[in-house]
Ligand binder design. Structure first.
Ligand SMILES: Cc1cc2nc3c(=O)[nH]c(=O)nc-3n(C[C@H](O)[C@H](O)[C@H](O)COP(=O)(O)OP(=O)(O)OC[C@H]3O[C@@H](n4cnc5c(N)ncnc54)[C@H](O)[C@@H]3O)c2cc1C
Ligand code: SF4
Length: 562
């Protein structure tokens, strides 16, 4: 049946929110709070592609509670899973032979973690979901927003939920259920990093015109349970340097919290040049450094996952509004990279969008631009948070980890002391240059990297890692990873860049396999069922030839507490 022949039912809400992350749920809660204060009614629905709220959330996480204090000031009394306060904050520079701890007084005060909490953001999000439902928000987990629906005037009218029951071949199976359309006066997009709808909306409404390209990293994370004598609740440990070379940005985090839990992770900036690099294997290698390994000894790995992270900062934030809706949280890119924190800004952006949408709906407006949201963000704590760190990433990209890290630190200090003045850019911001996809060099110009074999104790392979991410997709469905031009994939991805998807994908989804029947003797295999929805392929494919789309709702990782 052709798509236009499919009869779709529709539902109507005042406000539709795509994505039950910190941004989307804060927007939902704020809308209902505003309605209760005003004695008004407002209908709010949230769509979430994960099988449950929190199933697709992966973060560090040390959170700054500033936005939560504003949204739900009595969060402690409400039993929020936010318990472990940061008590010990350490930053190390690693080398192959040893390490050096940076004294905390050298770090700009904005990087200080005291007063922050170590949490599982997945658990916090689940709790936020409960708070939202108690206020009357309708949350639909297992429902992916697959496409944007426009009205006749070109404004966003809502979204179409993904169809269920389509076979790999494209044929409709017996249980085929067409996805309904959900229409709303305003549609708020809180899909997180590299949202698939956000990407389309940014392109259609040219929201990134005149902005710097968005930059990204890939964050890989494991959750460990360690022996009691190794557990220091409240300890926050960050590293930079080894095993990455000076031209490759990134670093690690280790957070001790809860009942003998340690969250350990590694971020690699996706503007890395060498296509032979494997972020997953760099992460595994990092754990073998004595400064890191000592904390995991005798412990057990419980969970694994990966997710991209936005790194462009202030100069890459697109225009936030379009007719009928707005971008929230990491879909807009409010991540503060030197602080490695985005959840507080995601929440604040959700609250500001909710305020603007509530005013508009109660004034009888619909499907216009929520200009008050754009203005609100500019005047808010989000801009104050991002302004002093705006040059840290471009300086790092230009000068490398050691010189760039030092200069970036000085820049953040001068911004802190001289009211956001920078010796590099005055009151303006440095440019990022190329996109992450365009940063990759041809394989022939780069040194091949040979990674050590995993030991199964401290270091692991990809497949056993994906296994503990509880990733599950209906097997008989069209691959949700679309290769736009298979010939280009072979001529560019394979022939020029030596198949970097086999290395940057943290879940082993992509393989180039010998196949004499294919031109060039190789076949591009996509093991889509392993995809952990990190979005790295959509960002880093050198020819931008891979497009991540939503699989059947509920598919993907099932993170218990990442
Ligand atoms: C490795 C790593 C470490 C981090 N560490 C920290 C930290 O220590 N502190 C901190 O504050 N921040 C940290 N961050 C950043 C933080 O996680 C984000 O800023 C925050 O999660 C952004 O919230 P969000 O609501 O915008 O998006 P997300 O948290 O990504 O939530 C988006 C939600 O939308 C859903 N969704 C997406 N597309 C669709 C669709 N089409 N249909 C339906 N549902 C959809 C997703 O499944 C997800 O549940 C870290 C990030 C990473 C990757
Ligand atoms: S296929 Fe893409 S989105 Fe899925 S895990 Fe691999 S890199 Fe991430």
């Amino acid at each position: 049946m052709a798509d236009e022949e499919i009869q779709r039912e529709s539902m109507e809400y005042d406000v539709l929110i795509v994505g039950a992350g910190p941004a989307g749920l804060s927007a939902a809660i704020r809308l209902k709070q505003r309605a209760a204060e005003a004695g008004a009614e407002i209908s709010v629905a949230v769509l979430e592609k994960g099988s449950e709220v929190g199933a697709h959330i992966l973060s560090g996480a040390v959170i700054d509670p500033c936005s939560l204090n504003e949204l739900l000031p009595d969060w402690k009394e409400r039993g929020a899973p936010i318990v472990t306060e940061v008590t010990d904050d350490r930053f190390y520079v690693l080398g192959p032979m040893g390490s050096a701890q940076l004294p905390n007084f050298l770090l700009p005060p904005l990087m200080n973690n005291h007063g922050n909490y170590i949490v599982s953001l997945g658990e916090v999000t689940r709790w936020l979901g409960q708070q939202a439902e108690a206020l009357g928000v309708e949350i639909y987990p297992g429902f992916a927003a697959a496409a944007v629906v426009y009205d006749d005037a070109g404004a966003v009218k809502g979204v179409q939920v993904g169809d269920l029951g389509i076979a790999k071949s494209g044929a409709h199976k017996g249980d085929f259920t067409p996805g309904i359309e959900i229409h709303a006066k305003y549609t708020l997009i809180g899909e997180g990093v590299r949202g698939s709808l956000a990407k389309q909306l940014i392109r259609k409404f040219k929201l990134d015109a005149g902005k710097q390209p968005q930059k990204f990293g890939i964050g890989l994370k494991e959750l460990w349970e360690v022996p009691a004598e190794k557990h220091k609740p409240g300890l926050v440990l960050h590293t930079t340097g080894w095993p990455l070379d000076d031209n490759t940005g990134g670093g690690s985090f280790m957070y001790h919290f809860g009942d003998r839990l340690v969250a350990i992770g590694f971020v690699v900036h996706l503007n890395y040049r060498n296509p032979w690099l494997s972020p997953f294997d760099e992460f595994q290698r990092m754990k073998t450094h004595p400064e890191v390994a000592q904390w995991l000894e005798g412990g057990k790995r419980l969970s694994y996952g990966a997710r991209a992270i936005t790194e462009g900062g202030l100069q890459s934030i697109p225009k936030l509004t379009f007719a009928g809706g707005a971008l929230l949280g990491c879909s807009a890119g409010f991540m503060n990279v030197p602080r490695i924190k985005g959840s507080h800004n995601a929440m604040k952006s959700g609250m500001l969008a909710a305020d603007a949408a509530f005013e508009a709906v109660t004034a009888g407006r619909q499907r216009d631009e929520l200009k008050a949201y754009e203005d609100g963000v500019r005047a808010s704590a989000i801009y104050k948070d991002l302004k002093p760190v705006r040059n840290a990433k471009p300086i790092l990209s230009q000068y490398g980890t050691f010189v760039g890290g030092f200069l970036g630190m000085i820049d953040m200090w001068t911004n802190t002391i001289f009211g956001n003045f920078s010796f590099f850019s005055g009151t303006g911001a440095l440019k990022h240059g190329k996109t992450d996809a365009a940063s990759t060099l041809p394989a022939a110009k780069c040194k091949k990297i040979v990674y050590p074999k995993p030991d199964g104790v401290l270091t692991f392979d990809k497949l056993s890692s994906v296994f503990i991410s509880n990733t599950n997709h209906e097997e008989d469905q069209p691959a949700h990873l679309k290769v736009l031009n298979p010939t280009l994939q072979r001529d560019s991805e394979l022939q020029i860049f030596a198949g970097p998807s086999q290395r940057y994908c943290p879940a082993g989804v992509y393989e180039w396999l010998d196949d004499p029947a294919q031109p060039g003797g190789m076949r591009f295999q996509i093991n889509a069922q392993n995809c952990v929805h990190c979005k790295t392929c959509d960002i880093k494919d050198p020819s931008q030839n891979i497009v991540w789309t939503t699989p059947e709702g509920g598919g993907g990782p099932n993170y218990p507490n990442m």
